[in-house]
Design a protein around this ligand. Structure first.
Ligand SMILES: [Zn+2]
Length: 297
């Protein structure tokens, strides 16, 4: 951390741009909060234009709708009726801001050094593509937490967006030709969908009940369209690792029991993000793990 502060103070211009990206991300997070609330309830995203308090239904003025700050200034209470505002609103804004900034820092190293060991990208067109992926994954995660579903707009929409963007920005798959990238996105989507569909079927056979929702299968298709079959493989490994840790913690603290339904989407999303930020670094570390025993002395 002191290293980071030193790095930022040595590059004030980069620090200012990064802060601006954070603020932009927090504003997108504010919009994601609207989506998280409205999409599962089938409410329109555009009407009413202004946000309203779900308790007293009064419109929220712009000065009470500033990302992160308003939540803190209002002490998490509605100005009109005093109903408490859920912490989730601020968490989503801060998280989106932070992740947007990390995406930006993948493109812009500070003084030639990569922040937090992020794997660098060379094509600036990847920045908005990754921002879109971040937005979709946050949206899917928080809807899944609250409703145990992942909206089709995120999953099927994500597959469509992933295919189109692979064609538009082939660097997403590390290749030059559009058709090549599109093909890799198709293979990734099919691998993700197919593998998770098989895992879900196996789970149903094993536990004699629905262990994994179909939303997770579709989400994995979207992850494959964006990050290819390697991303799918990494996401399955990382998410099952994170999911088992969390599941064991829940069982150990007596808050869950074997085979109880936990939302798996958030783990898939987390795994996809880890792959997006640190993929090549992780892949090399993983390969080294297996290369060691056969290395000549
Ligand atoms: Zn209110």
């Amino acid at each position: 951390m002191p290293d980071t502060i030193e790095l930022l103070s040595e590059h004030p211009w980069a620090a200012i741009v990064s802060m601006a990206v954070f603020v932009f991300g927090a504003c997108i997070g504010s919009f994601l909060n609207v989506c998280i609330y409205r999409i599962p309830l089938d409410l329109s995203l555009s009407k009413p234009r202004r946000s309203f308090c779900p308790h007293c239904e009064k419109q929220i003025a712009w000065y009470d709708n500033v990302p992160i700050l308003s939540f803190l200034l209002l002490r998490a209470r509605c100005r009109h009726c005093g109903a408490s505002i859920r912490l989730r609103y601020m968490v989503v804004e801060a998280l989106t801001g932070l992740l947007f900034m990390l995406v930006w820092l993948k493109f812009m190293p500070l003084g030639g050094r990569m922040f937090l060991g992020l794997s660098p990208v060379s094509d600036i067109a990847l920045v908005p593509v990754y921002w879109l992926a971040v937005g979709g994954l946050i949206l899917g995660t928080f809807v899944d937490f609250e409703h145990l579903i992942i909206p089709d707009r995120v999953t099927l929409g994500g597959i469509g967006a992933g295919l189109l963007l692979s064609f538009a920005v082939p660097a997403l798959h590390g290749v030059e030709h559009r058709a090549h990238a599109f093909g890799l996105a198709l293979i990734g989507a099919a691998t993700g969908w197919g593998l998770l569909w098989a895992i879900a079927g196996f789970g149903r056979f094993l536990f004699k009940k629905e262990a994994m929702g179909f939303g997770d299968v579709k989400l994995m298709g979207a992850i494959g369209a964006f990050f290819g079959w390697q991303g799918v493989g990494a996401a399955i490994m990382l998410s099952s690792f994170a999911g088992s840790l969390a599941g064991l913690a829940l069982i150990a603290t007596g808050r869950g029991k074997m085979g109880s339904r936990i939302p798996f989407g958030p783990y898939l999303a987390l795994a996809a993000l880890v792959w997006m930020f640190w993929g090549p670094t992780l892949r090399d570390a993983y390969l080294n793990l297996f290369a060691l025993p056969v290395m000549p002395l």
